[in-house]
Design a protein around this ligand. Structure first.
Ligand code: COA
Length: 131
């Protein structure tokens, strides 16, 4: 059982949505493009309050990266952890270049001022486990 749990890790993050409001970002395309993929930017800006969705995606990236740090020495960039949505709205993770190495689950939530994400990551291949 302990060996099984060593192959699973969790991560979480919470952010102030104000950090991602249009006012702060309108002159900062460099920040947007460094952190988010084109799909994430398009999804977020298709919503009435893009900052809520950007903040939730930022939390999701942090949560995934925290979980991965417990499992692996892999250092992913923020825009290598892409958060997409299924047709029913539920989010899923596209680990760009690493989908064949890890299984991921993510849950997001946001209210007027904060966003939060919770992630579960497990190894697919045992060589990723820290020795
Ligand atoms: C889906 C639902 C749980 C979201 O709850 P909420 O309190 O409105 O919103 P929250 O802030 O807590 O969560 C929003 C996040 O939930 C996630 N979400 C959306 N639909 C989801 C679903 N079907 N399952 C799991 N997560 C879902 C998304 O990640 C969303 O954030 P995002 O748009 O930035 O990606 C709620 O709307 C619900 O129960 N709906 C009933 C099912 C429904 O109406 N589906 C419509 C699509 S067919």
């Amino acid at each position: 059982m302990i060996e099984l749990m060593e192959n699973i890790a969790v991560g979480t993050d919470i952010e102030n949505i104000s950090r991602f409001e249009n006012k702060s970002l309108e002159n900062d395309n460099a920040f947007l493009n460094k952190i988010f993929t084109e799909n994430e930017i398009n999804y977020s800006f298709s919503k009435s309050k893009p900052s809520q969705h950007l903040a939730a995606r930022y939390c999701a990236k942090e949560a995934i990266i925290k979980a991965l740090n417990s499992l692996s020495n892999l250092k992913l960039l923020y825009n290598e952890v892409e958060i997409l949505n299924k047709p029913d709205g539920s989010p899923f993770v596209n680990l760009i270049n690493y989908n064949n190495k890890f299984c991921t689950q993510i849950s997001l939530s946001h209210c007027s001022d904060r966003a939060i994400a919770f992630a579960v990551v497990s190894n697919i291949r045992s060589e990723n486990v820290k020795s």
